[in-house]
Ligand binder design. Structure first.
Ligand code: FES
Ligand code: FE2
Length: 370
């Protein structure tokens, strides 16, 4: 994808020039409505039955419907007089018919009949709507909205996800969706933000008994389990449970109940088109941010567990009894609450601290985006 990179260039440090010169702002590198030349999760398979459904993603409105040879995604607006195709029906197999005057479109967006204009109508040969490649996997219908040809599905999604599509039943996948009322770029910055875990999430039940450092130092490291060209990772290299601050004194003062060490000693990775992964010793967490429109992000979250039938059964019990609430609701709710208070363009210039190198590294991936 050709990016409009705005002021500045990915890979260059933010310039601290005088007030008359333009400042580099890495926020501009990442497109407001997402990266289009990638497979993106569009809708859960179970939500698309006999009726077409509306899917909003990357600023587009699509009608998704089922045809005998698989799901189809076409533009939602009827080119006749603008009615919404998703409010129509599947009247003939493999097509969707507009509810207003019965114009009928196939999965390639071609008009096959303009029912009320008669069987001899010349309209069908003149009319079509945009259509997009689809793929069904992992309980989802995926859509490719790009202007380049779509890569094969398994090569176009993160390795972790491709491995989870294996059909040997050694993999168990739990999935959620959660809509956050903020631009997707805020949610991505949040996902890889190293420092916030030790302040915002300090009261989360998930880490209530953990030894949470007062501060950390981080270092970018090559991503081990995803493509290192399109993913970045960091490691915490230093941190103290409590520290003396020159003007405000010691913080935190007491943490006697925090005794658990390395509760989730995992590796992280964040990459294109908008995926954050946390690979722990026992399971992997995935959060995939799909921009719906400028101000709404749909987060698809997966918990992926690989292992023996017994290990998976134990994980299933743990998941439904504990993890789902403590991690996917309670912990994530803090990120949702916080990110919804941020307007991406609200600052004229950010003040990036050392730990924000993780955020910069994510934004810099714009340079290698398709
Ligand atoms: S607006 Fe769709 S058929 Fe007329
Ligand atoms: Fe967070």
């Amino acid at each position: 994808m050709t990016q409009t990179l705005g002021v500045g260039t990915p890979g260059q440090p933010a310039a601290e020039n005088g007030p008359t010169s333009q400042r580099v702002d890495s926020r501009d590198w990442v497109p407001e409505l997402g990266y289009r030349n990638y497979w993106q999760p569009a809708v859960e398979s179970r939500r698309v039955g006999k009726k077409p459904v509306l899917v909003r993603m990357l600023g587009e409105e699509l009608t998704v419907f089922r045809a005998p040879d698989g799901p189809k995604a076409i533009s939602d607006i009827c080119p006749h007089r603008g009615a919404r195709l998703h409010t129509g029906k599947v009247l003939f197999p493999g097509t969707v018919t507009c509810p207003y005057h019965g114009w009928t479109f196939d999965g390639k967006g071609k008009c096959l009949a303009a029912l009320t204009d008669g069987p001899d109508s010349r309209m069908p040969e003149q009319v079509s709507v945009a259509s997009y490649p689809t793929h069904e996997a992992l309980g989802m219908i995926w859509v490719y909205l790009g202007d380049k040809s779509a890569p094969p599905f398994l090569e176009g999604i993160p390795r972790t996800m491709a491995e989870a599509t294996g059909r040997d039943f050694s993999v168990q996948v739990f999935r959620f969706r959660q809509d956050w009322a903020t631009n997707w770029r805020v949610t991505m910055d949040n996902a890889i933000d190293a420092a916030h875990a030790f302040y915002l999430h300090r009261p989360a039940a998930w880490m209530l008994f953990d030894q949470v450092p007062a501060y950390v130092k981080v270092k970018m490291v090559p991503t081990e389990f995803e493509d290192p060209e399109t993913f970045v990772s960091y490691r915490v290299t230093e941190g103290e449970p409590s520290a003396e601050y020159q003007h405000v004194g010691r913080w935190p003062r007491s943490q006697w109940w925090r005794r658990r060490k390395n509760h989730f000693s995992g590796s992280n990775a964040i990459g294109l088109p908008g995926v954050f992964l946390l690979r722990g010793p026992r399971w992997t967490h995935v959060r995939w941010a799909v921009p719906i429109d400028k101000d709404t992000t749909r987060n698809y979250m997966w918990a992926i567990k690989q292992g023996s039938p017994l290990a998976r059964a134990l994980f299933t019990a743990n998941f439904w009894g504990w993890l789902r609430w403590v991690f996917y609701y309670d912990f994530s709710a803090q990120d949702k609450w916080l990110t919804e208070s941020i307007t991406y363009e609200s600052l004229s210039h950010e003040k990036m601290a050392a730990t924000d190198q993780t955020v910069q590294a994510w934004r810099r991936l714009a340079r290698v985006a398709r």
